[in-house]
Ligand binder design. Structure first.
Ligand code: ZN
Length: 595
């Protein structure tokens, strides 16, 4: 089985905290590739790495057509040429070739060249497009891009070791973008690119970028990493990561520096207007804005580039931390306030692509859900919760402006118990044990789950320390417990058995092929290739019941991916982390007796 290139470790919104494996090391995603231009080396790749860059991107075409660079690259390799032993990505130079008109001849040559110089991530020659080109030109560009992609496919076996990015194009013509994306998806690139639409990006038209990105993203396999070309302003990273971009590249940190522009995650400032630096990076500690203004130009540009890169990398770290902590939407909502056009793009994303976002959104989170503006109501967690709320009955309710009336039994359940809305506090009444168990079971597993309580005796044990409801006992047997951080039910094996009797197939289930049944029953994670069928309602973080083909219980666990993702992830990616399993592990010393 081929090694997995991209592995998802955690998620929030449609962002993935992933590991991207290359031959020179593993990148934590989402990741920013600062572009190193060998003709304008303000900062060396080593200096970039000292600032915190995990990786750099450089232009293979510039190296190729500069004889002195080309010879050294071929002789010593790209890592030695750059003096950088981390991950090096190369851009095919599509944009330059497009401008100089050599695009027809150069594709295979430039692909082989990237491989020969030892690039870790290479790209084919696509045809970048602005938003104002006519349809005929766009069609021609798509044809050329697809022909180049097919050429790559013919030779890919001789290019192993390098990861290859394929980038469908099509400008603002949705049907062309769709056709290009579908064909590129079938060619099985390691990595996909989405080109930011030129001109509209410079004009702060982020809505066009959102539409273009999502058109491509929804047509290429979800298990592949996706690169968003030419995105380099830190104020945009959170939004674009939340819609599913796994990496970005840009020379903006240097280009802005050339123009005397100082980046912050809240927007850009003119160095000449500044009195104080609101940053503590080494540059901002060493200079005042006035000192930097009067420094020689080369020193000023270098220093500003270092600061701009510093904030870009800091922001990427913050985005990753927000994914880990489950507060990426809160960060997005804050960042889009940097520019009304960014807010407009967030509204477009939430309005038009809500169903797609909901499929990727984790079922629960450890963090609170903070009201951060009117668009909070459009967040995928809220839309989902409103849909699932329809199946929960309860005589006693309380009011929240985001959800309307909520059955009291859900007051401790995610997201109802975790939402902070200005002017609204906690309900005054306390739900009974029965109200809690009935409401949570219907919310999480559907109203059919209530049959487990019929004619049986329910008891809920409370935590001695916090007084919160904890263990659920049905007829004296432990059904499961209410997880402290989200109030959702974690099933015991006995609880799973009881639920299987009343839930229609495939509800809450992951069905594995019989040939993998024993492996799972002994506690191995459920890998994508084990999966025969899955409840379409499963989301990342859902509690699931793992069964064999005859609905026999094997295990319980937590889904890592959504049902929609399973068929589009590599066979050896984990789908369910098993919690309890029905047979002892092979090794007697690790037998799991807990149920
Ligand atoms: Zn700084």
């Amino acid at each position: 089985m081929p090694e997995i290139v991209f592995r998802v470790r955690a998620r929030d919104a449609s962002a993935r905290l992933g590991e991207l494996r290359t031959k020179s090391g593993t990148l934590k995603t989402p990741v920013f590739f600062p572009v190193f231009n060998p003709n304008k080396p303000y900062l060396s790749p080593r200096e970039m790495s000292e600032i915190g860059a995990q990786t750099v991107m450089t232009n293979a075409y510039i190296i190729y057509r500069t004889p002195r660079l080309r010879e050294r690259a071929l002789e010593e390799g790209i890592h030695s040429l750059l003096g950088f032993d981390g991950v090096v990505a190369t851009d095919s130079g599509a944009y330059q070739m497009y401008r100089y008109g050599d695009i027809e001849v150069a594709n295979l040559e430039i692909i082989r060249f990237q491989h020969e110089i030892g690039s870790d991530i290479g790209s084919i020659v696509d045809v970048p497009m602005a938003d104002d080109i006519d349809r005929q030109t766009a069609e021609k560009g798509v044809e050329i891009t697809l022909r180049h992609a097919r050429e790559w496919r013919e030779v890919r076996d001789s290019l192993r070791g390098t990861l290859w990015i394929g980038t469908p194009q099509g400008s603002v013509y949705g049907d062309l973008v769709e056709r290009a994306s579908k064909e590129m998806a079938s060619l099985d690139f390691d990595y996909y690119g989405v080109g930011s639409i030129k001109k509209s990006l410079e004009a702060y038209d982020y809505v066009t970028q959102v539409d273009h990105f999502l058109t491509v993203r929804r047509l290429i396999p979800r298990g592949k990493p996706v690169h968003f070309w030419g995105i380099g302003h830190p104020s945009t990273f959170a939004l674009f990561a939340a819609m599913g971009a796994d990496s970005f590249d840009s020379a903006a940190y240097a280009l802005f520096a050339e123009d005397g522009r100082y980046m912050t995650p809240l927007g850009t400032m003119e160095l000449s207007d500044m009195e104080e630096f609101p940053c503590s990076c080494p540059v901002c500690r060493s200079y005042t804005p006035r000192e930097l203004m009067s420094a020689p130009r080369s020193e000023r540009v270098r220093a500003l580039a270092a600061h701009n890169l510093h904030v870009s990398i800091q922001e990427m770290k913050l985005v990753r931390e927000a994914i880990r902590g489950g507060w990426l939407w809160e960060l997005v909502q804050e960042r889009v306030r940097a520019h009304p056009r960014l807010l407009e793009a967030l509204l477009r994303l939430l309005e038009r692509y809500g169903d797609y976002l909901e499929e990727n959104e984790p079922f629960s989170k450890r963090s609170g859900l903070f009201y951060s503006g009117p668009e909070t109501a459009m967040r995928p967690e809220i839309r989902r919760a409103l849909r699932l709320l329809e199946r929960v009955k309860g005589d006693r309710t309380y009011e929240n402006p985001l959800f309307g009336r909520i059955p009291l039994g859900l007051r401790y359940t995610y997201p109802f118990g975790h939402v902070m809305t200005p002017g609204f506090g906690e309900p005054l009444e306390e739900p009974t044990d029965l109200e809690i168990v009935e409401a949570v079971l219907s919310y999480q597993f559907g109203p059919e789950a209530l049959s487990v309580l019929e004619g049986r005796e329910l008891a809920v044990l409370r935590s001695k320390r916090t007084g919160m409801p904890r263990d659920i006992l049905i007829d004296g047997e432990r059904f499961g417990f209410l997880r402290p951080y989200d109030g959702l039910v974690v099933l015991s094996l006995d609880g799973a058995r009881k639920l299987l009797e009343c839930l229609p197939r495939p509800s809450s289930r992951v069905v594995v092929y019989d040939r993998y049944a024993e492996t799972v029953a002994r506690g191995t994670s459920v890998f994508v290739r084990f999966v025969r069928d899955v409840d379409p309602a499963v989301r990342p973080g859902s509690e699931v019941i793992v069964v064999d083909e005859s609905d026999g219980l094997l295990a319980t666990g937590r889904a890592i991916l959504s049902a929609a993702e399973v068929k589009e992830f590599p066979d050896s990616h984990v789908f369910v982390r098993v919690r309890h399993h029905v047979l002892p592990r092979q090794n007697p010393s690790t037998i799991d007796r807990s149920t």
